[in-house]
Design a protein around this ligand. Structure first.
Ligand code: FAD
Length: 403
């Protein structure tokens, strides 16, 4: 895919930043587990926060492909920095830009442009892949909604200000209406509390946390109403959230690109048997396979970022986004693992970046839809069938197909 001269310039600018502060700070961020506010400031200065926000709200109206170019460059050096770019441009913020009222968009844009990385709150202890089984409820009381429930593994818990919370909606008689999105701003909303920080294997400077909602009151201006109402709310909200999958796949691909660069340099510099180890065909073919997988991942992600889903032109195509995330996340784990192998014992050392990259990259087949669940989405598209995963749902849908 040919990039325009502006896109190449954007990529260059992102690479220059990535080689500076994020590269210098990556190991420290990993060890301290502290959210890198200094990197946020640097991202803000380069206008990489809120790039996709339309110009009328102070953003630049840039495309998801532009964002992907920046994410890849950041991830080469520092995964946490790259994830901030994802969340400041895709996922929750693009959902608000797609479905929000004018005032909601303005509010969300102001927060992100000031340095906030919004949090998306879907997963619960008993509702992971089966997100529609969530228990968090929003009960209508007069013109407000009162939220109660618990979410876990929420990226940015304790640092994010804007939260987009998915909840099951009930009317005043207790009748269920569907699923809604509710906006809450930490520091302003009472009843929104972080109860625990998860202990993670990698991505350590980005807090993952458990959030509790205790009679969290949502005023009408903070209800994000999906276009087809609450009834089909879950599908609408997840569709809009879809860009996040492209972003997550790109972080994985960017880590792999960085790891491959390290491996190539090392293969040229390290000598054994009186010659650079890169002269051994055993390693040459590994490097060739790594590059091939990387190129394929990049092309799939660029295609997914540039695509438009059916019915609504503002989101990437869900099936292309799923395929790109499956392929890129799995390929990246292999590429980084092989890059670590090229380094020998040093690959296993905390004094070199490969072990951090190997821990970081492992996440991307899990968060934002596991590789298995995304395969079901792709299979559904290939077969042209709905593939409900509950036992009775499957039997019912099969009966329909058989008839
Ligand atoms: P489970 O659903 O319990 O799955 C366990 C295993 O079973 C997996 O291998 C899964 O693929 C498999 N499985 C389950 N159902 C099926 C099926 N039907 N077919 C085949 N295999 C199946 N969530 C948020 O809401 N907001 C966030 O910001 C967020 N950030 C995250 C950050 C990190 C670092 C991580 C690790 C997770 C994050 N998540 C977040 C949660 C993430 O989306 C969930 O972990 C994911 O959806 C899987 O849910 P689960 O962990 O409960 O696994």
């Amino acid at each position: 895919m040919e990039l325009s001269s502006q896109q190449l310039a954007l990529k260059e600018r992102a690479r220059a930043l990535s080689n500076g502060l994020p590269r210098k700070r990556a190991a420290e961020i990993d060890q301290s587990r502290e959210y890198p506010w200094d990197v946020v400031e640097a991202l803000k200065a380069e206008r990489f926060m809120g790039m996709t926000i339309p110009k009328e709200y102070g953003g630049q109206g840039r495309s998801f492909l532009d964002t992907v170019l920046v994410i890849e460059e950041m991830a080469r050096s520092c995964t946490v920095s790259a994830r901030i770019v994802v969340e400041a441009n895709m996922g929750a913020i693009s959902t608000v830009m797609a479905y929000g009222t004018d005032a909601q968009r303005k509010r969300a844009a102001d927060l992100v442009l000031a340095g906030d990385k919004p949090a998306i709150c879907i997963t619960e202890p008993d509702a992971g892949s089966d997100a529609s089984g969530m228990k968090t409820r929003a009960d209508k009381r007069g013109n407000r909604y009162v939220l109660n429930g618990k979410k876990h593994w929420i990226t940015g818990a304790g640092v994010s200000r804007l939260h987009l919370i998915f909840a099951r909606v009930f009317d005043e008689r207790g009748e269920e209406l569907g699923t809604g999105g509710f906006l809450a701003v930490r520091g302003e909303a009472e009843g929104l509390r972080m109860s625990k920080r998860e202990t993670t294997m990698g991505l350590c400077g980005m807090p993952e946390g458990e959030l509790v909602f205790e009679d969290l009151e949502i005023t009408p201006d903070m209800v994000l109403l999906p276009p087809s109402g609450f009834k089909r709310g879950f599908a609408d909200l997840i569709n809009a959230y879809n860009s996040q999958r492209v972003g997550a796949g790109t972080v994985a691909m960017g880590i792999a690109a960085g790891a491959l660069e390290h491996a190539v340099e090392w293969a040229k510099a390290r000598e054994q048997f009186g010659r650079p180890i890169g002269e051994f065909q055993g390693l040459q073919w590994m490097l060739a396979d790594m590059q091939t997988q990387l190129t394929a991942s990049r092309l799939m992600l660029y295609a997914a970022a540039s695509s438009r889903g059916p019915g609504d032109s503002s989101f990437p195509d869900p099936a292309l986004a799923a395929q790109a995330k499956i392929f890129a996340s799995e390929a990246a784990i292999k590429i980084v693992n092989d890059a670590l192998q090229v380094f020998g014992a040093r690959g296993y050392s905390r004094d070199f970046p490969l072990e951090r990259m190997a821990r970081d990259v492992r996440m991307f087949t899990i968060g934002g839809g596991t590789a298995q669940v995304l395969r079901t989405l792709v299979a559904s598209k290939v077969l042209g069938w709905k593939l409900p995963q509950t036992r009775d749902g499957y039997v019912m849908s099969k009966a329909k197909v058989d008839r």
